[in-house]
Ligand binder design. Structure first.
Ligand code: PLP
Length: 381
């Protein structure tokens, strides 16, 4: 029986505890498991390898992404790091050029040292993607929508180019969540999440995951997960399981509030460009409409004045929107990419990529939309 998403968030992967009937998966705060005799264990030997709280969470994530296997890690970066270990020196990776800064750093500052070559291209331009792929390419890395400009990549088209050449396609689905987008259904091989953001949703856990369908790939990743050992603890897994139970409710509200906020910004006289994939004039709107079920609560916008200090003044004067890095929690956040998340990129390079000094990024939370709009309106006046 295939349940709807809303039902899966409540039930998938979670069974009452067989020893007590506890409806919530207990926090199995244990490192080891007693065996009847050598080798006489009940499926659990050591908690780096398996832990029942983590196992319930991994199963739940596999269901939500319409995959077969889920693997959790101590952070989103640890999830990506583990996936990269599938590669060998001489292998090449083609990646979107507009990607999460931490991922870019891991690729260029860590894995380039191990003889892996990266090509950063505008993946929405399929000719450019084809040009970057060769017989050493083993992986295409996609992030859609991207941070902070909400650019959209057509997952199906990327998959069609990769499949004819036996290249793996991985999608960072952090911004969309499986409520809005399920890349495995579009042919991708691997879905990655920073669960720190929408999946956990309460700004209280750092965690990551990979979800796959293929048996052999899953076996290889489980081997690496156990060998490298970047696994999350059972307490955090419990919090993630708890967060998932309201993922559909939160995302529904994030989508609604995101839309209302984007419309408010677009009509505001001091606001220039507004980046939100739900707008018909957003360059990725058509693709977004075909592969996403909602457009989310992430929005970026520029100020018409072009003055850095105007952006700073807005960030200092909101009360509900907290000035902080990260995103995807129930509370609204406001950020200034040029001086926060993207400060390490030289100004010229930044501006070339559309990250101007007045670009402001919002993670619209699940508060009442009137209060959120008033908060921003007051800060802008
Ligand atoms: C935060 C984030 C990451 C990194 O995840 P951590 O949990 O912080 O390690 C990767 N990709 C995207 C899109 C993110 O927003």
């Amino acid at each position: 029986m295939e349940y709807k998403f809303e039902t899966k968030t409540i039930h998938a992967g979670v069974e009452p505890d067989p020893s007590t009937g506890a409806i919530m998966t207990p926090i199995f705060q244990t490192s080891t498991y007693v065996q009847d005799g050598p080798g006489g264990h009940k499926g659990y030997e050591y908690s780096r390898t398996h832990n029942p709280t983590r196992a319930a969470l991994e199963k739940s994530l596999a269901f939500l992404e319409n995959g077969k296997y889920g693997l959790c890690f101590g952070s989103g970066m640890a999830a990506i790091d583990t996936l990269m270990k599938v590669l060998k020196p001489g292998d090449e990776v083609v990646s979107v050029n507009d990607l999460y800064g931490g991922t870019y750093r891991l690729f260029t500052k860590v894995y380039e040292n191990y003889g892996i070559k990266f090509h950063f291209v505008n993946v929405s331009d399929l000719a450019e993607l084809r040009g970057a792929v060769n017989n050493r390419t083993k992986l295409i890395w996609v992030e859609t929508p991207t941070n902070p400009l909400l650019k959209i990549t057509d997952i199906k088209s990327v998959v069609s180019i990769a499949k004819e050449r036996g290249i793996l396609v991985a999608v960072d689905n952090t911004f969309a969540t499986p409520y809005n987008q399920t890349p495995l259904d579009l042919g991708a091989d691997i879905v990655m999440h920073s669960m720190t953001k929408y999946i956990c949703g309460h700004s209280d856990v750092v965690m990551g995951c990979l979800v796959v369908k293929d048996d052999a790939l899953a076996e290889q990743l489980y081997f690496l997960q156990n060998s490298a050992g970047a696994v999350p603890g059972p307490q955090d897994c419990f919090l993630a399981l708890r967060g998932i139970k309201t993922l559909h409710l939160r995302m529904q509200r994030h989508n609604e509030n995101g839309k209302a906020m984007a419309q408010f910004l677009k009509s505001h006289p001091t606001v220039g460009d507004v980046y939100w994939p739900g707008f018909e004039d957003h360059e990725g709107h058509e693709v977004a409409s075909s592969q996403m079920r909602g457009f989310g609560g992430m929005i970026s916008f520029n100020l018409r004045s072009g003055k850095h200090e105007d952006a700073v003044r807005i960030l200092k004067n909101t009360h509900l929107f907290a000035c902080a890095e990260s995103l995807g929690g129930v509370e609204s956040l406001i950020g200034h990419p040029a001086s926060m998340t993207h400060a390490s990129i030289p100004k010229e390079e930044r501006e070339k990529n559309g990250i101007t000094d007045t670009l402001i990024r919002l993670s619209v939370g699940v508060e009442h939309i009137d209060d959120l709009i008033n908060d921003l309106a007051n800060a802008m006046n």
